[in-house]
Design a protein around this ligand. Structure first.
Ligand code: HSE
Length: 327
């Protein structure tokens, strides 16, 4: 399988490092970062490319771009991991459409195009008999989409509750357990590299809201936008509110909720008992799915990070390369 990779930030770098270490049989024929690109139909030497990126900040020829890779490189599967634009989905949306139209599979961690254009991209993939997969867009390393699309197919899912933003969870944990101020905790989360480029997306609940839209539209066959999600972030939460919760042996978490039958889509800070399964610490994510047959299932894991996100992307790549899906 020939693969082209667009985006060489922390996720793209983690993915290519994992491919070198664990799956050297995958042939990478194109790679692009924001300032350069490389194309080699026989396969790029990824170890050298990563070393060059580390040393010089660019991965290839500055006269080539991501657009050149999408349109000219020979590939069977495009991995799209450029930064998210939640307003337009671009430029990722254009790259993905081009690749699907060329008859290539697409795997992405980019939330913008999936939240905004899932139905169109899914139909384009079906028309061209290829796969469009996006496991890494929701809850990082937790394989939540695959579980709901495949393993729980025989169940009716009656509700989904979850901690979907690692940055907010980190801030709430540090404020409650170490007495940090909101500003201090947010600065730490940014340093760790978990926050979005614009961290207001995290703290105002928008990032979690986008993940809820992806879940609603791709798992529950809704057709909603971010405007349909009732969103309250953690940016206005006071230290006093956290202390008050502590006194009742509770704490506060930013919880996303979908109740399919009632069209409830909500992100809001909730006071919950400390021993509740959704009270996870630091940058962890947690999701509880309520079902008619399997009962309640809770999944906990790393919701962000270079290698953790690469885990979800690699899962999608290998699933497709083993010929297991066309969805
Ligand atoms: N900023 C996001 C988070 C990254 O903190 O969860 C993963 O989507």
């Amino acid at each position: 399988m020939r693969i082209a990779v667009l985006g060489l930030g922390s996720v793209g770098y983690g993915l290519l490092s994992s491919i070198v270490d664990k799956h050297p049989n995958l042939t990478i024929t194109g790679v692009a970062d924001s300032k350069s690109a490389g194309i080699n139909p026989d396969g790029i030497d990824i170890t050298s490319l990563l070393a060059q990126k580390k040393e010089t900040g660019i991965c290839g020829d500055p006269s080539l771009t991501a657009r050149d890779v999408v349109t000219h490189a020979p590939y069977d599967l495009l991995v799209e991991v450029t930064p998210t634009d939640a307003g337009t989905g671009e430029p990722a949306y254009g790259y993905i459409k081009e690749a699907l139209s060329r008859g290539a599979h697409v795997v992405t961690s980019n939330k913008g195009p999936v939240a905004l254009y899932y139905n169109e991209l899914h139909e384009l993939a079906q028309k061209n008999n290829v796969s469009f997969r996006y496991e890494a867009t929701v809850a990082g390393a937790i394989p939540i989409l695959h579980v709901m699309q495949h393993d729980l197919l025989g169940n009716t899912i009656t509700a989904l509750y979850g901690v979907l933003n690692g940055t907010c969870n980190y801030i709430l944990t540090r404020m409650a357990e170490e007495g940090l101020t909101y500003t201090q905790a947010l600065a730490e989360a940014r340093e760790l590299g978990y926050a979005e480029a614009d961290p207001t997306y995290d703290v105002k609940g928008i990032d979690a809201g986008i993940k809820l839209v992806i879940l609603a539209n791709t798992i529950f066959q809704k057709n909603i936008t971010l405007n349909d999600v009732s969103i309250t972030g953690i940016d206005l939460l006071t230290d006093d509110a956290l202390r008050l919760a502590e006194h009742q042996d509770c704490t506060i978490r930013l919880i996303g909720e979908i109740v399919p039958g009632t069209d409830l889509f909500r992100i809001s800070p909730r006071i919950i008992p400390k021993n509740h399964p959704l009270v996870v610490k630091g940058t962890l994510n947690a999701i509880t799915i309520s079902t008619d047959m399997a009962g309640d299932l809770t999944f906990i894991g790393k919701g962000a990070g270079s290698i953790e996100t690469a885990s979800a992307i690699l899962g999608d790549i290998l699933y497709i390369s083993q010929g297991k899906c066309m969805d």
